[in-house]
Design a protein around this ligand. Structure first.
Ligand code: SAH
Length: 487
């Protein structure tokens, strides 16, 4: 059983930092004895530019069979033979996941005292597993890894290359590529390898639920296949699966804010009439926002109405942002945001870059002055229209960042959400939703009053008739001070 993890780097951030993050030195080959065999960790390549760590697990099928028998599993002679002569030594499986969990246990927790920043930031990663048993085939492999941000190459492995007519085996050769924090990548593998294998080779007890929820923290509750993952991981033991699903549901509820506009959008998104599972609108919105921030060259950024802090978290992952301030009126949202971002557990270098402030955007606030950019993502529609001028004054007049990015639903698009009754807004807390013309009108007037230039972008698929689901405006402060600007 074999798995490789590779990353790339440069002189400033060498790829060999992977050794620090994994707590295994690139110059040494090391062996560890695990419950099912011997695990070896070594580095086939380790340069500034490229570094690959390999985990090889040598399984002893005889010992394994003895162990299983010791647990009271007997059976017919055929079954007994199959437990000695099987694919265990070769195919990556739940055993490899167990080895991964024990050999890289500190890395799995995201702990790295020597390179805390590298542990906290997404790295360009490539994971290779040449033989992975995949129940359900390549479609399931895609459905499990893609929603987590991996780009997936899964090629079925022929049963026997000499006899193509025999067809494919139940194995795939898997390559995952993406920018991920190393700990997240390891936790994805730790959970999803046994899920794909769908045959646990050790006893399932209720502490497996804890292990699953711990390894799935932050990604499992929101995964579109969380049900499949949970039930397979827990070997279809329904009482445990139900227990896990209930706890995931609680985690989801805790993460849901009073104004969970984002979740509504996503729920509606899933019903959209597209063949492939669409990228959630909230994700596309954050992509558009970060692209606009990058284009503006911003490094000190306000996220006004930051909600649960998803955007703040994303910005935190990019060292280009030196100061990130999330502001929201809801203490509950800020509490959830602080927990999601693990502010209390971040190393000082990271935590000093981020602050969460409680505040109402309809009042001027001297703490918000002097930033490069401010984001108002899905916020303006939560204000009663008569309060909007107060927000305009506080943001464009008083805080006066160089760039302001505003996103809001496009009301015209609502006819495309099949599950949304005609004439309704997307979320009960939306006080209004603008058509493209209304938004452009408001943005143009606001820009003019406060001395900004404004341009517009579509977020999501731009429908030829009704436009995109989300509309985005980028305001750039003109150099001259305008009449409405506060001194
Ligand atoms: N920006 C996040 C959250 C949008 S939901 C996203 O794009 O997903 C709207 C958020 O705005 C909520 O968290 C709500 O508490 C906050 N909000 C609404 N009115 C506000 C006000 N007057 N001052 C500050 N925050 C406000």
């Amino acid at each position: 059983m074999f798995l490789t993890i590779s990353t790339t780097g440069s002189a400033q951030s060498p790829a060999t930092d992977l050794g620090f993050l994994l707590h295994k030195h690139p110059d040494r080959a090391q062996s560890f004895s695990t419950a099912q065999g011997t695990a070896h960790v070594f580095y086939p390549e380790a340069t500034e530019q490229r570094c690959t760590a390999a985990l090889l697990l040598e399984v002893d099928p005889v010992a394994l069979a003895r162990k299983a028998r010791g647990k009271g599993r007997g059976g017919s002679p055929d079954v007994a033979l199959a437990s000695y002569v099987n694919d265990r030594p070769y195919a990556a499986s739940s055993l490899l996941a167990v080895a991964l969990g024990s050999v890289f246990s500190t890395a799995l927790k995201g702990v790295c005292h020597t390179r805390p920043q590298r542990a906290a930031e997404p790295l360009p990663l490539r994971v290779g597993i040449p033989a992975l048993p995949a129940k359900g085939g390549t479609a399931v492999v895609h459905a499990l890894f893609e929603p987590l941000g991996w780009s997936v190459t899964a090629e079925p492995v022929a049963l026997d290359e000499r006899f193509p007519e025999w067809g494919d085996s139940r194995y795939v050769a898997l390559t995952l590529e993406g920018r991920q924090r190393l700990a997240d990548a390891l936790r994805h593998l730790y959970v999803l390898l046994p899920v794909l294998d769908d045959a646990k080779h050790y006893w399932i007890s209720s502490d497996e639920v804890d292990k699953l929820l711990r390894a799935g923290d932050g990604w499992l509750a929101g995964h579109p296949e969380h049900k499949l993952i949970t039930s397979r991981y827990l070997a279809r033991r329904w009482s445990l699966t139900r227990q896990a699903m209930e706890r995931l549901e609680l985690a989801r509820l805790a993460a849901a804010d009073d104004s969970a506009a984002e979740e509504i959008d996503n729920a509606v998104d899933e019903n959209a009439d597209t063949e492939e599972r669409p990228v959630p609108l909230a994700v596309r919105r954050r992509e558009a926002i970060t692209a606009a921030l990058r284009a503006a060259g911003a490094s000190r950024v306000l996220d006004l109405g930051c909600g649960q802090g998803q955007l703040v978290g994303e910005l935190l992952g990019d060292p280009a942002y030196t100061e990130i301030v999330g502001v929201d009126v809801s203490t509950r949202a800020l509490t959830v945001a602080a927990r999601r971002l693990r502010l209390d557990r971040l190393p000082e270098r990271q935590s000093s870059r981020v602050r969460l402030l409680q505040g109402a955007l309809t009042y001027t606030d001297s703490r918000l002055k002097g930033y490069d950019a401010a984001v108002l993502s899905e916020v303006v529609e939560h204000l009663d229209p008569p309060r909007l001028p107060a927000l305009e004054h506080a943001v464009f007049g008083a805080a006066r960042p160089g760039t302001v990015i505003v996103t809001t639903p496009n009301a015209e698009y609502n006819v495309r959400w099949q599950s949304l009754p005609a004439g309704q807004v997307r979320h009960p807390d939306h006080r209004f939703e603008w058509t493209r013309e209304e938004f452009r009108g408001w943005a143009g007037r606001t820009a003019e009053r406060y001395g900004y230039r404004v341009e517009f972008t579509a977020v999501g698929d731009d429908d030829p008739e009704v436009g995109p689901p989300t509309q985005l405006a980028v305001f750039h402060r003109s150099e001259t001070t305008a009449k409405g600007a506060a001194a």
